[in-house]
Write a protein that binds this ligand. Structure first.
Ligand SMILES: [Zn+2]
Length: 371
């Protein structure tokens, strides 16, 4: 199964597919009240008692930031950013769930500066943070922002896109799955949840339907040529979300792998298609054999041999094997999830938050396999 998927994916990626025309990005109001009557216990948020942001040099940095966003600061205040290549900048998000301290800055973003303009990768977790990301670009260059690439439509990468949609001349690119997500009940629940912590930043929230959507069921590549740089954007299917992209800076040998691999954090498997994860990681290894740097959606940028790919795929493989064994031994869902612990990964941040959800998700897939 895995080999077949890999071949199909590779064949499709040889095509260059540009899915939609030049319509402007649309803003869709997601007008839901905050969750009420639900007790939300925060156990994996950002600890304000131990503030930390690396002073410099984030590549292969072993420690995650603990950074409180001060929402009283104007949205023209830049966020901390690190130069990770001659023209490439990186914003280092907290490794945490969204909370009133990180205020949605719990994923990475970055941007590439060229003579003809700027390409931004991911938009952070609220329109306010999106505006501060724009201010961060402005602190580095006065060249116009030409493109925003949303690697996938999870809140920490995507909800800041509304700030970019209000800038003239910015084209927003994402996976076709983003449009489906905008019209799903999942986004309503997600926005209601965020409003509990971020009532001001999420007030009047609008979801962006990008003006360029890749995919629609056919893995594809879109190439941007800008200021002497080649930037390939690949649709890699649905391994992690409703639709995932990776971004390759060809000359710079940098791959923005997004949430296909996590550096120093357990992955979340609830939304994507588990069957696509391992083949797509194999594809990444083969497609980009001479990368200098891999930038994940969570955790520090990493140099070869990219231990984060192995960490993520080994976890997924181990969980799959465990759930298959528990199913074969006749355990029902609840019993199997209770026995799903993987001690080798229990030390990793967000294990406790995500592992049971992941085990639940994988058990259901194993059950499907049996029919
Ligand atoms: Zn993420």
């Amino acid at each position: 199964m895995r080999t077949r998927m890999y071949k199909r994916t590779l064949a499709c990626l040889l095509l260059c597919l540009l899915a939609r025309g030049a319509a402007a990005a649309a803003l869709v109001p997601i007008d839901v009240p905050p969750l009420e009557g639900v007790e939300i216990v925060q156990r994996f948020g950002t600890d304000p008692a131990r503030p930390y942001m690396p002073p410099a040099g984030v590549i292969d940095h072993p420690r995650a930031p603990s950074y409180a966003v001060d929402a009283a600061r104007p949205d023209t205040a830049p966020l901390p950013a690190y130069r990770i290549g001659p023209d490439t900048w990186f914003l280092f998000g907290n490794i945490a769930e969204v909370d009133p301290v990180n205020r949605g800055f719990n994923g990475n973003a970055g941007f590439i500066v060229t003579d003809e303009g700027v390409v931004v990768i991911d938009a952070l977790g609220t329109p306010y943070l999106g505006r501060r990301l724009i201010a961060t670009v402005r602190a580095v260059t006065d060249r116009p922002i030409r493109y925003l690439v949303i690697t996938h439509a999870h809140p920490d990468h995507y909800y800041g896109a509304a700030a970019f949609a209000e800038l003239p001349g910015v084209r927003i690119i994402s996976h076709a799955g983003t449009e489906k997500y905008v019209h799903s009940s999942t986004i309503q629940h997600s926005v209601a949840y965020r409003k509990v912590f971020l009532p001001r930043e999420m007030e009047g929230f609008k979801a962006v339907v990008p003006d360029l959507l890749l995919g629609g069921g056919h893995p594809a590549r879109l190439t941007l040529k800008l200021g002497g740089k080649t930037i390939d954007i690949y649709d890699v299917g649905h391994p992690h979300s409703h639709g995932d992209l990776v971004v390759h800076q060809v000359e710079d040998k940098i791959l923005w792998v997004s949430d296909l691999a996590f550096n120093g954090r357990v992955t979340f498997l609830g939304d994507g298609n588990l069957r696509e994860i391992l083949p797509m990681q194999t594809w990444v290894r083969r497609q980009f054999p001479d990368l200098a740097l891999m930038v994940p959606g969570h955790g520090a940028p990493q140099t070869p041999p990219f231990a984060m790919l192995d960490f993520t795929s080994n976890y997924v493989q181990a969980l799959l094997e465990r759930m298959r064994a528990l199913y074969a031994a006749g355990h029902g869902l609840q019993e199997a999830v209770a026995r799903a612990d993987l001690p080798d990964y229990a030390h990793a941040p967000l294990y406790e938050l995500n592992h049971r959800i992941n085990a639940n998700h994988v058990y259901r897939l194993v059950e499907e396999e049996a029919f």
